[in-house]
Ligand binder design. Structure first.
Ligand SMILES: [Zn+2]
Length: 283
């Protein structure tokens, strides 16, 4: 074995190593993760009859392998149980109701980009509208919420993204500085520009509906709908958002749609909007 051959072999080995390492890093960067919204079992097959491999703690994530299976009406997601993002994974399965599929940490995307789920109308993320950070971490919902509440802002209307962004920012300031909450109160807000704005998002307990915050999500339509309905752009965005929440298991399959006034002493969400939502599915 002459010296040159030796060096070539070494180079080849080093080259092969880097190609392999590169593929691995690439797959890590591109991956989606399934992150537990509450402590949840990882099983060796889809469905509760399968063996438990481990319990995934709240906030911990495993790489989502891209497959889903429906068992007894529930969606299960296929994850890499070993948590190895390259070549040695073992299959695990988790009930989708207890995880949030999002870009894996380290992908460079802000965490809130995970708010955009399949079938949702475009959601303007907190980063995009310039949200302040919450004063303390959000409390995560421990169960899939069974209520979807509709609110109105009882505020002026907004019809452009610039106007609505300002309204969302001032709502957050009012809720934090005026009401003393850790963050904006609602899960989502919708403007008559047709955009959905991320509030606390899908998985956090809000501060929107007294006594129901841990069992419901809330959408606030910006404006006052005592004497008129929201425009079609806003109504379509609300309807699509509710549907996508349902389709992505962010609310239960048998969820109840309600107006704020159904569970509290308030005129919210305004007479006109309230009369309309009473005609919608799941009311
Ligand atoms: Zn309300």
């Amino acid at each position: 074995m002459n010296f040159l051959f030796h060096v070539q072999e070494k180079m080849r080995f080093i080259f092969a190593f880097f190609v392999f390492a590169d593929l691995c890093i690439y797959s890590t960067l591109a991956a989606d993760c399934a992150c537990a919204t509450t402590a949840v079992h990882v099983r060796d097959g889809a469905g509760t009859t399968h063996n438990t491999l481990t319990t995934l703690a709240t906030g911990h994530c495993l790489t989502f392998k891209g497959q889903r299976q429906t068992v007894a009406g529930d969606s299960w997601v296929n994850v890499d149980y070993n948590g190895r993002k390259c070549w040695i994974g073992q299959d695990g399965w988790i009930h989708e109701g207890y995880v949030h599929i999002q870009a894996c940490a380290g992908s460079g995307s802000p965490a809130s980009s995970a708010v955009q789920l399949p079938g949702c109308p475009h959601i303007v993320t907190r980063h995009e509208w310039g949200a302040r950070s919450p004063t303390r971490p959000h409390t995560l919902l421990t169960h899939t919420p069974k209520y979807m509440f509709i609110h109105h802002g009882a505020t002026p209307f907004c019809h452009t993204k610039a106007e609505c962004t300002q309204m969302v920012k001032s709502a957050q300031n009012y809720h934090m500085d005026g009401h003393g909450y850790s963050d904006i109160e609602y899960s989502f807000l919708v403007g008559e520009d047709g955009n959905v704005y991320e509030g606390r998002g899908w998985d956090a307990v809000g501060a929107h509906t007294l006594n129901y915050n841990s069992v419901g999500l809330a959408i606030c339509v910006i404006g006052d709908f005592t004497n008129r309905l929201p425009n079609d752009a806003a109504l379509n965005a609300v309807k699509q958002l509710v549907q996508c929440a349902h389709d992505n298991h962010k609310i239960t399959a048998t969820y109840m749609l309600r107006g704020h006034r159904d569970v509290g002493a308030t005129a919210c969400p305004g007479n006109k909007l309230y009369e309309l939502i009473k005609t919608w599915p799941h009311y």
